[in-house]
Design a protein around this ligand. Structure first.
Ligand code: FE2
Length: 335
């Protein structure tokens, strides 16, 4: 099924696995009908249709571009820069993933090994500084697996409210605190193995402490030289301009994916007042999220824009000889 006009260089396509809500589909899929032959054609299309694309993205939470001539980190840089959004660099972020930069704007999504699942999260919602949008580019899809699951967190919170209003209210009113341990040196074998020096963009213990203080963290140095840091109270739920409430946090990724957290959740996540989050609640939210998740099965050359305030993302494990290369560019918040 398509919806387009005779003169448009693209078609808005529906696929069977797409989610359909009252006023939107998730994700929106934009397919090049062959008229965007070059990067210049593509950028002209973006310029002419940016407000329509943004309106669709705002409603849906994710926009997939398929069949466009985007083939390299450089052309992806051009594409993502073409929207004119402020850049959010990996260096200035407090991301806990190890990544490699290709251009100033473009870096690898996550260097964690292929059998490691990265569970659903809002990018950097466990830190006080998070990006507003994410551009993903699939340069080379995995042979098997490797989808990027995308989850509508507004729909998730709506469902949680209906099912367990007390827990939903606790999340909204109390917020969350995260405890993370940043290693002394980068560990690429972990989904959150970025060293404290790199995470905080500092060279010394004194500079690290000054930065943490400025951001409102509590911290403790461990014997092996790693740094245990506790965030200030961060939201578990945010309100968007259209009135929707979004389950905006890293709870599922922390609970399901961080080492030892399923056994002892309070070691990494508590309510903002320090009280424990019931384990049944953490389990339930993690399962419930699957109902609102669309698996984006990448094709080479796909580009997706994800609204980080409405949709979570993750990474399914993958296998095969072919190297999966998914690159990312982040947009700074204007909120
Ligand atoms: Fe992420």
């Amino acid at each position: 099924m398509t919806d387009s006009t005779a003169t448009s260089p693209v078609e808005y396509v529906s696929v069977a696995t797409q989610h359909t809500y009252k006023d939107s589909v998730f994700p929106q899929i934009v397919v090049n009908n062959g008229r965007c032959k070059t990067v210049a054609d593509t950028m002209a299309f973006v310029r002419e249709n940016q407000s329509e694309l943004e309106a669709r993205l705002a409603k849906s939470g994710a926009l997939l571009f398929r069949g466009f001539p985007i083939e390299s980190a450089e052309t992806f840089d051009t594409f993502s820069a073409g929207f004119g959004y402020p850049n959010f660099t990996y260096q200035e972020s407090l991301s806990n993933a190890v990544r490699i930069n290709f251009t100033e704007r473009v870096f690898t999504a996550n260097e964690a090994p292929k059998d490691v699942e990265i569970f659903l999260h809002h990018e950097m919602a466990q830190t006080p500084i998070s990006p507003s949008k994410l551009f993903f580019f699939c340069q080379s899809a995995a042979e098997e697996g490797g989808a990027t699951p995308l989850c509508r967190s507004d729909k998730l919170f709506e469902a949680l409210k209906a099912e367990d209003p007390d827990l939903a209210r606790d999340f909204k009113e109390k917020g969350l605190k995260y405890t993370t341990t940043m290693p002394a040196a980068n560990d690429a074998n972990s989904g959150q193995g970025r060293s404290w020096k790199s995470t905080l963009s500092v060279a010394t213990v004194e500079a690290a402490e000054a930065k943490l203080k400025e951001l409102g963290y509590h911290w403790e140095w461990l014997e092996d030289g790693s740094l245990k840091a506790i965030t200030p109270v961060l939201p578990a739920v945010i309100d968007l301009d259209d009135g929707s409430e979004v389950f905006y946090n890293q709870l599922i990724a922390a609970y399901m994916g961080w080492k030892g957290v399923r056994q002892n959740p309070s070691s990494a996540i508590t309510f903002g007042d320090g009280s424990p989050i019931p384990k049944e609640g953490l389990e339930r939210v993690s399962v419930l999220a699957e109902d609102f998740t669309f698996d984006l099965d990448w094709q080479d050359g796909d580009v997706a824009i994800v609204d980080n305030y409405r949709a979570m993302h993750g990474r399914r494990p993958y296998s095969g000889e072919r190297k999966r290369v998914v690159l990312v560019a982040l947009v700074a918040s204007e909120r």
